[in-house]
Design a protein around this ligand. Structure first.
Ligand code: MN
Length: 227
């Protein structure tokens, strides 16, 4: 058998630029907005943040299509601010953390909610509920020079024009600098890493044909279709 060809290195569009952002890893934060923790049936506590990962080739650019995945009857959206890391490091202090950020975007953490609930009950890992194909839609990215370091502002998602999620970045339990501090205590952050920073309340199911639009005011917007 022939060797597989070298894979294409995933890159993300940069708003208004011909250059693209090369992706190294995709990290995600779970349970970072209190109202979302409550709607999941738990009490929000300031315990260390939960991290999980998605594969690089799960990225779907804005305007793209997400095939309804197999093995679920409850596919959920989660709109999230995404941090793009430009400078790596380990055990980064939160006071220096923003120096490591290249820019920001908006992503949707697609979730097989039924499989996730099953895994939680049994203490099993989350891969099949979070790290499936096309599970990481992502907007164009914008550099810090354009958007600054957003710590407040509306984060929203609509399905077929109907508003479903409507939160504010100020509701995050863990701020971006705190997330970077914690995450870099477990992993060596590298240029090209992306961090999905958790979702506000209002998550829910989608079906084939649904059109999802979302955004973070002052950062970016994203639109995808479930097919
Ligand atoms: Mn999420």
């Amino acid at each position: 058998m022939k060797l597989p060809p070298l894979p294409d290195y995933p890159t993300v569009q940069i708003d208004g630029s011909v250059q693209r952002f090369p992706v190294h890893r995709i990290y995600c934060v779970g349970w970072n907005y209190a109202e979302h923790v409550r709607e999941m049936g738990f009490t929000p506590e300031r315990e260390p943040p939960i991290f999980f990962m998605k594969p690089l080739d799960a990225i779907v650019p804005s305007g793209g299509k997400v095939p309804y995945p197999a093995q679920t009857g409850n596919l959920h959206y989660e709109i999230e601010l995404v941090v793009a890391i430009g400078r790596g490091g380990v055990t980064i202090d939160k006071r220096k953390a923003l120096d490591h950020v290249w820019g920001y975007g908006v992503g949707i953490d697609m979730t097989r909610r039924d499989l996730q609930a099953h895994a939680k009950q049994r203490g099993q890992p989350w891969e099949i509920s979070k790290a499936f194909d096309h599970a990481a839609p992502l907007s164009d990215l914008r550099p810090v020079e354009q958007v600054g370091h957003p710590s407040e502002g509306r984060i929203w998602l609509s399905v077929n024009g109907e508003l479903r999620q409507n939160g504010d970045l100020r509701q995050q339990i863990w701020t971006v600098p705190e997330i970077i501090q914690h995450l870099s205590g477990y992993f060596m952050l590298a240029p090209g890493d992306l961090i999905y920073t958790g979702t506000p309340a209002g998550v829910g199911p989608v079906v084939t044909g649904d059109v999802l639009e979302g955004g973070v005011d002052g950062v970016a917007t994203i639109g995808i279709e479930i097919v």
